[in-house]
Design a protein around this ligand. Structure first.
Ligand code: MLT
Length: 273
């Protein structure tokens, strides 16, 4: 079986080394990066994966089963290994790794398990801490509901939650766009990812052990992973720029793509200087 993730070349830059690799949030796919990619430094290759089960990628259950064993338990570690394996299959040994929210959890698991791959790290609207019991319960409940319903309706509120109050009141079309992406995802992917995120450990110490260039970016109006979570990660990192994007919530790549691209361009310059 093909145990690689779908890898989308969003920009084919002249420099084949050190591409920018974009990891999407929950419960959508690589399309959340389409507004940012054209604004990134023109010499860089820009790659975006669909995480297991989302977009065009095989389901999370496929990992483990690929080597003839039982399906792997849902985990960010499985996702991180799948990203690394996919990059290796495309000849990418090192990259500037960028993850938003769930993609940030994957980026931190990747840094934990495959530190040599990470030449630069951008953590957008995410957290390094684990869930409390109530959050974990909520995730497991959603996983059961979408599987029982055979439908992702229970995840649709996310299209509003991820927007800041400014976008919610002035740009409802963004919620429509996100909603259409959510509706495209299989319920099994939503359930698997929720179970994976529920099981994730605190990775603040992993950030403390990283001394490469890093950017932590957060929308000033993010209600899902608010500013104190970003500050907590920034304090753990040694070489970090903390960027707070005004008038954006949990989805700055859609709400403020130019500000996100500028912050990532500064990170790329620090990595390649
Ligand atoms: C996301 O945007 O990826 C989610 O908000 C992550 C989460 O549920 O923790």
């Amino acid at each position: 079986m093909n145990d690689h993730l779908a890898l989308h070349v969003l920009r084919d830059g002249a420099a084949p080394d050190l591409p920018v690799v974009l990891l999407h949030g929950f419960p959508i796919d690589h399309r959340m990066w389409l507004d940012v990619a054209p604004l990134l430094p023109a010499d860089r290759r820009v790659l975006a994966v669909d995480l297991p089960g989302f977009g065009a990628s095989p389901p999370g259950d496929a990992w483990g089963a690929a080597s003839g064993g039982a399906a792997a338990e849902p985990g960010l570690e499985v996702m991180a290994d799948a990203v690394t394996g996919t990059l290796a299959a495309h000849g990418v040994a090192r990259a500037v790794v960028v993850g938003l929210s769930m993609g940030g959890y994957v980026a931190m698991a990747l840094l934990d398990r495959h530190p040599d791959v990470v030449a630069g790290l951008a953590l957008l609207d995410t957290r390094s801490t684990a869930d409390d019991d109530a959050a974990r319960r909520g995730r497991l409940d959603m996983a059961e509901t979408v599987l029982a319903d055979g439908d992702v309706a229970a995840a649709m509120d996310h299209r509003w939650k991820v927007l800041g109050r400014s976008s919610r009141s002035t740009r409802p079309e963004l919620a429509e766009r996100i909603g259409a992406w959510i509706r495209d995802q299989p319920p099994a992917a939503v359930a698997w990812a929720q179970r994976a995120m529920a099981a994730r450990p605190d990775r603040t110490e992993v950030l403390r052990g990283y001394d490469g260039p890093a950017t932590v970016l957060v929308g000033a109006e993010d209600e899902v992973t608010p500013l104190p979570q970003a500050e907590h990660m920034a304090h753990a990192l040694r070489d970090v720029e903390l960027v707070v994007v005004p008038h954006a919530g949990h989805m700055p790549p859609l709400e403020a793509p130019a500000e996100v691209a500028e912050a990532l361009a500064r990170l790329v310059r620090r990595v390649t200087a």
